[in-house]
Design a protein around this ligand. Structure first.
Ligand SMILES: NC(=O)C1=CN([C@@H]2O[C@H](COP(=O)(O)OP(=O)(O)OC[C@H]3O[C@@H](n4cnc5c(N)ncnc54)[C@H](OP(=O)(O)O)[C@@H]3O)[C@@H](O)[C@H]2O)C=CC1
Ligand SMILES: O=C1O[C@H](COP(=O)(O)O)[C@@H](O)[C@H](O)[C@H]1O
Length: 573
């Protein structure tokens, strides 16, 4: 990774700490440090400068050591940090994602002290709004942490004062040049670091990148662009998108976001695996019988039918969120926690996957249903969805990794809208105990006795391991229990939203949780042939009632590989 680190002895650390107390120019960074787990767990004497920014991998990061996309690089010192500004322009500011997720995440970062004193937020969209109107709109969706409400109103006011709006077309370089003038005014001659968040429909990504990069790039700091999914709809369109983006940006300026990578439990997956001796030795075909990645929502595509019908659940959830988790789950140990080392390992896994066959996939679509006196509309009842749409709102798939570690292990995925519950989890089912002495105590169904590790990503984050134990008392009755790390009991503090982590990482230049273009290519290579076949053969999805557990085809698919879906086992359903 192209970072320039300034080594620092403990005595110079002390000098800098003194400097810190004396000079108000250093305010921004120490506040960040106060909340850093790195500060809590890293030794104080560190070979790197301890005022450097902290990234989500727990290491301090020299965030702007390289002017991303510019030819020259320069070391980033605290002095420069104090004299530089960060602006975040949310393009598509009037939209759903921006108001629901991005502005609230920025506020949370500000509230927690993770944004420097000098940050600026700009909303950009076509809607004609004044600064005040933007503030009014945003203020409705800002929330305070449940457990930390002190000064929240004041903080909101302070945050809103740093938010501005510029109305413009997405394909007008001139309008972005006007934004540039406004940004420069706020930056007041300091070095400017600029982050653009593309919270807009994908058909205008390239227009915006072109106009923003030509009209509003930073002249003296970094310019980065967060791109929301979907990154194309198949290998070809994704390749074209990448090519077009790279006309205006370098790869290191592009931050392709997959917000599932910012979720707490997904972050914890690698920690669990690589920092516990009890798990890593088991992490292979020798002990793991199958792995399941499950996503379900208890609501349909209401309000997003127009978008969804063009993509479907495989592109919306499987090709990105679930596949990214699979790659993290199955990758070999990376050389280090550096972004490139981790992404190299993820790409290797993705490229080792067996082509996905139509016979290993089940698709479904929800139909209308009445329950408890309430009627739920079918997917095709949405006026923005064609009546004869074959777009799947549910899919299940069995995937395989052709490598020594995972040969023959089914990796099952299941994703659906309008199901009976909202849930995202990773389930690892271990093999049966060979020659189990207690076999007869379990009856004929040995599956009931296998260990299962569950990472519940949401809701109610938890990691639990199903183990067998003896029921206390005379005799020998066995039972299954959960060794349960329930986050709300162990860590009563509110868990930050995924967008907070990802925005902070983008600001700090940490790319670990963003998708590199070769990862994206590999992900599309896996799904594109299947998607084409589904569409060319006009495969009719199996209908399932709104609010049900999905099509029965998913059970047959699992059964084909001797698997039972863990979420429907009765214990956890
Ligand atoms: N909403 C969500 O929960 C999620 C969204 N995403 C992705 O994030 C991005 C933004 O999503 P979302 O906020 O829901 O999108 P919206 O449909 O709300 O669009 C965002 C803004 O873009 C402008 N816009 C909308 N349609 C068009 C159009 N056809 N041409 C030009 N401008 C248009 C509008 O602003 P104005 O008219 O003022 O210019 C709108 O406020 C998308 O790429 C989406 O796939 C990803 C994950 C979840
Ligand atoms: O990317 C998407 O994710 C959301 C689900 O996100 P979550 O964080 O609320 O679980 C999904 O509803 C949407 O269809 C999809 O585009």
């Amino acid at each position: 990774m192209a970072t320039h680190l300034s080594p620092c002895s403990s005595s110079s650390l002390k000098q800098q700490e003194t400097k810190l107390l004396l000079s108000s120019r250093f305010i921004a960074v120490p506040r960040r440090c106060c909340f850093s787990t790195w500060v809590q767990f890293q030794p104080r004497i560190h070979s790197r400068n301890h005022f450097q920014l902290k990234s989500s991998n727990g290491y301090p990061l020299n965030a702007v050591s390289l002017q991303d996309g510019l030819e020259t690089s320069f070391p980033f010192s605290e002095t420069e940090n104090a004299e530089s500004t960060v602006s975040i322009t949310v393009v598509g500011a009037s939209g759903d994602l921006a108001t629901k997720k991005i502005f609230p995440a920025l506020f949370a970062l500000f509230y927690e002290g993770f944004l420097s004193e000098d940050f600026i937020v700009f909303g950009y969209a076509r809607s004609k709004l004044t600064d005040e109107e933007l503030r009014d709109m945003i203020s409705k969706t800002l929330t305070c942490r449940i457990d930390r409400r002190e000064n929240c109103e004041d903080k909101m006011d302070q945050f809103l004062k740093r938010c501005f709006y510029h109305s413009g077309q997405y394909n007008s370089e001139e309008h972005f040049a006007e934004l540039d003038i406004k940004l420069k005014e706020k930056e007041a001659g300091r070095k400017s670091n600029r982050l653009f968040y593309l919270s807009i429909p994908p058909n205008i990504f390239v227009d915006v990148v072109k106009c923003a990069s030509l009209g509003a790039s930073s002249a003296n700091g970094w310019t980065r662009v967060i791109v929301e999914k979907p990154f194309g709809r198949d290998s070809e369109s994704s390749g074209e998108l990448t090519k077009s983006l790279k006309q205006y940006l370098k790869e290191d300026q592009i931050f392709r976001i997959d917000h599932y990578l910012g979720k707490e439990l997904v972050e914890n997956l690698s920690v669990l695996r690589f920092s516990n001796l009890v798990f890593e030795p088991l992490w292979s075909r020798n002990y793991i019988r199958n792995v399941q990645f499950i996503f379900s929502e208890d609501f349909g595509t209401e309000g997003r039918g127009g978008y969804f019908d063009h993509y479907g659940i495989i592109r919306d959830i499987m090709q990105n969120h679930l596949l990214q988790i699979l790659a993290l789950f199955a990758m070999e140990t990376p050389v280090s926690l550096d972004a490139e080392d981790i992404r190299n390992e993820k790409v290797k896994v993705l490229r080792s996957m067996k082509p996905l066959l139509l016979e290993d996939v089940v698709v479904g679509q929800y139909k209308g249903h009445s329950k408890g006196g309430k009627s739920y509309l079918a997917y095709t009842d949405d006026p923005t969805v064609p009546k004869d749409s074959l777009t799947p709102t549910f899919a299940a798939a069995a995937l395989f990794i052709n490598n020594a570690r995972w040969d023959g292990v089914p990796f099952l995925m299941k994703a659906g809208k309008a199901l009976h519950t909202r849930r995202a989890e990773i389930r690892v089912q271990f093999r049966h105990v060979p020659g189990n002495l207690y076999k007869r105590n379990f009856g004929t169904d040995l599956d009931k006795a296998t260990n299962e590790l569950v990472l519940r990503v949401q809701p109610d984050e938890a990691i639990y391991l199903k183990v067998n134990n003896k029921v206390p008392g005379l005799g020998m009755r066995l039972d299954r229990s959960d060794l349960n790390l329930l986050y709300r009991s162990k860590y009563p503090r509110e868990i930050p939203d995924a967008y907070e982590r990802l925005l902070l990482d983008a600001i700090e230049g940490e790319r670990r949780l963003f998708i590199r273009s070769d990862e994206l290519d590999a992900a599309w290579s896996l799904f594109t042939p299947l998607l084409k076949e589904l569409e060319e053969k006009k495969i009719v999805p199996e209908l399932y009632p709104y609010g049900s557990r999905g099509p029965v085809g998913a059970h047959y698919l699992a059964a084909k590989y001797n698997v039972r879906w863990g979420d429907l086992s009765g214990e956890d359903s």
